[in-house]
Design a protein around this ligand. Structure first.
Ligand code: PSU
Ligand code: MN
Length: 314
């Protein structure tokens, strides 16, 4: 039994060391409504290709971990009902028991590591939820970043989260949080969370070099690249704050807990913004896919014979 099944173009890229960008599938099944979810998934894959890399959308289908989906598989996943939301805890169970599962950031990082893919693009990572002191709701994504060597490009943590607490956990866990091209931490739908990011880098080449340097130092874990949403697509923080507060209160009033919280909040904010949150979400995911492809290209070039040396042996 093979552990995973690569799509044909992913298999070719793995064999030649061509750049690959991992993509998650929970954003398709639990993060966006049909049919935009399929359109966005296809568009993001096309963005990765246009930037010179091969996209690898991850999902578990009939006990097999797929690294890259065919067009038919992607469409079936986008329309499927009762898809399991797979994080670190659920992935092996879904593969052993059958059924269909979409990968979160944590599970996509695991799949990328298994296949030997270094770079992954998504919208926003999970983090520490507001009210975590009572609920203990802290996403497994943060602990995955601490132990799995994948560079994740996201637009920061979703503004529905407690961003200062999310940054504290990442700092404790030794995860570099690198704002791209600005000092401030981005806040998903908005360019700034009004908090200074722990680190800043201004080029994909530097981010690729830092990824390689972690490996040279023998450090486990990945990097979080916080890439601000393009200015023309952002929603002002002041506009969103009351909407997020209302969505969070609604989740509590409806007794939503555990892995249901994030999908509920995203759907509620979509309703309360008349769909504007989705437009912003699409713009930022596409922007992240392009940056991830650039980082993957630098890592791939460096690994080719005669390529730039990104890190010196110590
Ligand atoms: N960001 C989005 N949409 C999403 C998610 C993130 O814009 O659907 C998903 C990701 O898969 C992330 C997950 O890993 O939400 C986090 O869920 P939780 O908070 O339950 O760990
Ligand atoms: Mn959670």
């Amino acid at each position: 039994m093979t552990l995973y099944t690569p799509a044909p173009d992913v298999a070719d890229a793995l064999a030649t060391g061509a750049p690959i960008v991992a993509l998650e599938s929970t954003i398709i099944t639990h993060g966006m409504p049909w049919p935009q979810n399929l359109e966005v998934a296809q568009q993001v894959e096309a963005d990765v290709r246009a930037a010179g890399a091969v996209p690898a959308t991850m999902a578990v289908i009939d006990s097999t971990l797929h690294v890259g989906l065919t067009a038919d598989q992607l469409e079936a996943l986008a329309q499927a009902r009762d898809v399991a939301k797979l994080s670190r805890a659920d992935m092996a169970v879904c593969m052993a028991a059958g059924g269909i599962g979409a990968t979160t950031v944590a599970a996509t990082m695991i799949a990328a590591r298994v296949a030997g893919i270094a770079v992954f693009a998504t919208g926003g990572i999970g983090g520490v939820h507001k009210g975590a002191a009572d609920s203990f709701d802290i996403s497994a994504d943060l602990l995955e970043l601490a132990q799995t060597p994948v560079t994740v490009v996201a637009a920061g943590a979703k503004a529905i989260l407690d961003i200062p607490k999310t940054l504290e956990v990442l700092e404790t866990q030794g995860v570099p949080v690198i704002a791209y091209g600005q000092d401030d931490m981005p806040a998903f739908w908005s360019r700034s969370a009004d908090i200074k990011a722990p680190l800043r880098m201004d080029s994909a080449a530097e981010i690729a070099a830092a990824h390689a340097m972690r490996a040279t130092l023998g450090l486990p874990g990945g990097q979080l690249v916080a890439n601000p949403i393009p200015a023309q697509a952002e929603i002002a923080r002041d506009t969103l704050a009351p909407i997020i507060a209302r969505a969070t209160a609604d989740a509590a009033a409806h007794g939503i807990t555990g892995k249901g919280v994030t999908p509920y909040l995203l759907q509620r904010i979509f309703e309360l913004t008349d769909g504007r949150s989705l437009d912003a979400n699409i713009a930022l995911v596409r922007n992240n896919a392009r940056l991830a492809a650039e980082i993957a290209t630098h890592l791939s070039n460096a690994a080719q014979p005669g390529g730039t040396i990104l890190h010196k042996a110590l």
